[in-house]
Design a protein around this ligand. Structure first.
Ligand SMILES: Nc1ncnc2c1ncn2[C@@H]1O[C@H](COP(=O)(O)OP(=O)(O)O)[C@@H](O)[C@H]1O
Ligand SMILES: [Mg+2]
Length: 361
């Protein structure tokens, strides 16, 4: 029998998307082929501390719907000293990790920080590397790269916490309503749709609670279309899906708290030509941002048929109701085959990079 692959699943994290990550990790664990993989669960508490944890603990916590609460003492750490070694306090022999699946959303997980650490530790990992993770997460840098590649994006202004901007100046450039958001966040945390001067001040305060840099955007009226991308050198796009939100916009509440807050239309009802354009644009966005492995590209489709790229998520949700795996399902790729592919892509990139020289001679 072939040796099982030790796969470390990282979840939780120091992020407002911690709870979503717990649900995603449980889902990945549920579909993992146990004949091939041996999962090692590492829960990252909201404090940022890494804990080795059990499947039972993850399942219980996921069922409760809350944050990861470490109750077991061993603290796990990935160390750069020796490749793929997990040091567990109090245990004699370290466990070798073959590949890591960082099922982490948002800051300190999807933004290149963990990716940098894993690269340094010399361990293959699922998803995009540090650079592309960071630029994809930063809505300001992402937009500038997309604009440079000629991809359609909405008008925006970037504002740093030491700078000021009046409502009148913002409206002059963007109109009303307008959107205010932290640059490095996700799950609509800190996002406000602003109609008035009073709301504007509050929206800036709220966005600056999550980041030292924020973006203000023109409101794009349109359908919200999402497309999954998978691959390294030759990425493929799935059929697009649509999010139909019953709220003012696709807010945190609509995404996670209100069961009737949003409906997913999979696949989206679109003319074949539009599907093709969306798929091409999704792949171009993915490549422009130097992504690898996986990404979900989100668009607005305006009533006149024009498309606007809103953002890319380099570690999209993997919960039971998440768009990324569901779109692949609709395109003919089952959840467990998808996970297999992602792991294979991680290993193939690692092997390719391993061949690179690290010295002049
Ligand atoms: N410029 C915009 N025009 C219209 N709706 C927007 C705009 N920006 C954001 N939204 C709404 O807010 C949601 C969250 O914004 P998004 O940029 O996707 O942030 P996040 O990274 O938190 O998901 C979007 O899904 C959409 O419903
Ligand atoms: Mg979004």
């Amino acid at each position: 029998m072939q040796k099982k692959i030790n796969i470390a699943i990282l979840f939780g994290g120091k992020s407002a998307e911690h709870e979503v990550s717990v649900q995603s990790a449980k889902n990945v664990l549920d579909v993992l082929d146990r004949n091939k993989y041996h999962p090692i669960l590492i829960g990252i508490a909201k404090s940022g501390v890494w804990h080795l944890t059990s499947e039972d603990a993850l399942n219980t916590q996921a069922a409760k719907g809350g944050a990861f609460k470490p109750y077991d003492t061993p603290i796990a750490a990935l160390t750069p000293e020796s490749r793929g070694v997990l040091l567990i306090n109090g245990l004699e022999s370290p466990t070798k990790i073959d590949v890591v699946f960082p099922v982490l959303h948002g800051p300190f997980g999807e933004d290149g920080t963990v990716q940098g650490l894993l690269k340094l530790a010399g361990i293959p990992f699922v998803g995009t590397e540090a650079l592309a993770s960071a630029v994809s997460m930063d809505k300001d840098v992402m937009k500038r790269l997309l604009r440079d590649a000629g991809l359609p994006i909405g008008k925006f202004i970037t504002l740093k916490s030491h700078e000021s901007l009046s409502f009148t100046d913002a409206v002059d450039k963007l109109g009303t309503p307008l959107f205010v958001k932290p640059t490095n966040m996700g799950s609509s945390v800190g996002v406000t749709k602003v109609y008035s001067e009073g709301e504007f001040g509050q929206a800036l305060i709220r966005a600056f609670e999550y980041d030292v840099k924020i973006v203000l955007e023109e409101y794009i009226q349109g359908r919200e279309i999402e497309c999954s991308v998978l691959g390294n050198e030759e990425p493929l796009a799935s059929l697009p899906g649509e999010v139909v939100s019953s709220h003012e916009f696709y807010s945190y509440e609509a995404k996670y708290l209100d069961e009737t807050g949003a409906r997913l239309e999979i696949p989206a009802k679109l003319p074949p030509k539009t599907v093709e354009i969306i798929q091409d644009m999704a792949v171009k966005t993915f490549k422009t941002l130097c992504c690898e492995g996986l990404g979900r590209v989100d668009f607005f489709l305006k009533p006149d048929g024009a498309l606007v790229v809103n953002e890319i998520n380099t570690m999209p949700g993997f919960t039971k109701i998440s768009m990324y795996p569901k779109l692949w399902g609709a395109t003919g790729l089952s959840y467990s085959v998808l996970i297999d592919r992602l792991i294979a892509l991680a290993v193939s990139r690692f092997e390719k990079e391993k061949r690179l020289k690290t010295s002049f001679f």
